[in-house]
Design a protein around this ligand. Structure first.
Ligand SMILES: NC(=O)c1ccc[n+]([C@@H]2O[C@H](COP(=O)([O-])OP(=O)(O)OC[C@H]3O[C@@H](n4cnc5c(N)ncnc54)[C@H](OP(=O)(O)O)[C@@H]3O)[C@@H](O)[C@H]2O)c1
Length: 333
């Protein structure tokens, strides 16, 4: 018999990291169509800080538990969810904690069965939690919005980070030619993931180096897809390097106000497509989940995974907002 309360990291008003409390919250029941999951690991992502601060507006139900990604074990199966999952199944979800749904940074969570996926056998829950959001984001950005095909030339900025690393790996696995930017220390990591060229974003010759790399790798056709995950954009250059019909996927830099070089964009049939995984449908998320499971089963892992107790949620948000996190913080209840 479980106690009627569980530990959780939650907030009761929008604000800075200090609004997050760690304490008791009512233990959820397995409502119709949901599975009650015992959480083993819950990742802390940039978007969690946007939800908590209000920078990303979404329906919240206070007290709102923080966090969208979790890995755990199915505990109780609610009416209507039987047959899809059984108690003891290793499972994960990456779309909780916004849109009126409870959050992941808790000992237990009731997850709608259509937002729950099986974890591939043998994958460590903490390691898996660190890949869910970045892997699903990369898949939807490249395949759904970028319409990536084998032979495309793809640029990935911020390739040393979570989304960037997954994007390099997924693009290379899909047969694309990948040019990426990272800190110099991360170049070897990017090449090992399958990048053809890894450029140092701090180099004074970065723009010229990127221009040369796009020319050489694409055979002069230009970029098919430009994916900048660092939040720092060079749109004038990005548009100039687009090939005919190329696509810039805008998905980072929540306070960005960069001007668009419109003339250069429309004359190459180029497009800038905004994308936020928070808007993905249940079907799109399920498609992305298959890609994430393939990534995990293939041995892809996040770097610098740092497990912390649930009580460390506020400090984790603080560190993420301050830009001092290199890797992924994972909360372990
Ligand atoms: N739209 C969506 O659906 C969606 C989904 C997930 C994430 N995101 C956004 O995507 C971004 C990346 O998320 P993440 O989880 O991958 O973050 P992350 O792990 O912190 O990675 C960010 C990376 O950017 C690098 N970087 C910083 N400045 C750079 C520059 N000028 N050029 C190239 N790289 C630079 C950092 O490198 P250093 O280590 O050298 O500083 C770091 O490796 C965040 O802004 C996040 O909010 C959006």
């Amino acid at each position: 018999m479980e106690p009627p309360f569980m530990k959780a990291a939650y907030f009761t008003e929008l604000g800075g990291p200090g609004v997050i409390r760690h304490g008791d919250q009512p233990l959820p029941g397995p409502e119709a169509g949901t599975v009650l999951v015992r959480v083993a690991a819950s990742a802390v992502n940039h978007v969690d800080t946007f939800v908590r601060s209000g920078a990303y507006a979404t329906e919240l139900r206070f007290p709102q538990v923080v966090g969208r990604d979790l890995v755990g074990t199915a505990e109780l199966i609610g009416p209507g969810a039987a047959g899809r999952f059984s108690p003891g199944d290793a499972v994960w979800s990456n779309s909780m904690g916004f849109g009126g749904r409870p959050g992941a940074a808790a000992q237990f969570i009731a997850v709608p069965a259509d937002r729950l996926y099986r974890l591939p056998p043998g994958v460590d829950p903490v390691q898996a939690a660190a890949v869910l959001h970045s892997g699903a984001t990369s898949h939807l950005a490249l395949h759904r919005h970028g319409r990536m095909s084998s032979g495309h030339t793809v640029f990935v900025g911020g390739a040393g980070g979570g989304v960037g690393s997954a994007a390099v790996a997924m693009a290379a696995q899909a047969g694309a030619r990948v040019i990426c930017s990272s800190s110099r220390a991360d170049a070897g990591h990017c090449l090992a993931l399958g990048a053809d060229v890894a450029l140092d974003y701090r180099s004074p010759t970065f723009a010229a180096d990127l221009r040369d790399a796009v020319q050489a790798v694409s055979g002069g056709r230009g970029l098919d897809i430009h994916l900048e995950t660092s939040g720092r954009h060079l749109l004038e250059l990005a548009v100039d390097l687009l090939g005919r019909g190329g696509r810039i996927i805008a998905m980072s830099g929540i306070s960005g106000t960069d001007p668009v070089p419109l003339g250069k964009l429309y004359t190459r049939d180029g497009s800038i497509l905004g994308f936020a995984i928070s808007n993905a449908t249940v079907a799109e998320l399920a498609d992305a989940a298959s890609a994430v499971n393939a990534l995990l089963a293939g041995g892809f892992r996040a770097r610098g995974v740092s497990p912390r107790p649930l009580a460390g949620a506020a400090a984790a948000h603080e560190a993420l907002a301050a830009g001092t996190v290199h890797g992924k913080i994972v909360l372990v209840p």
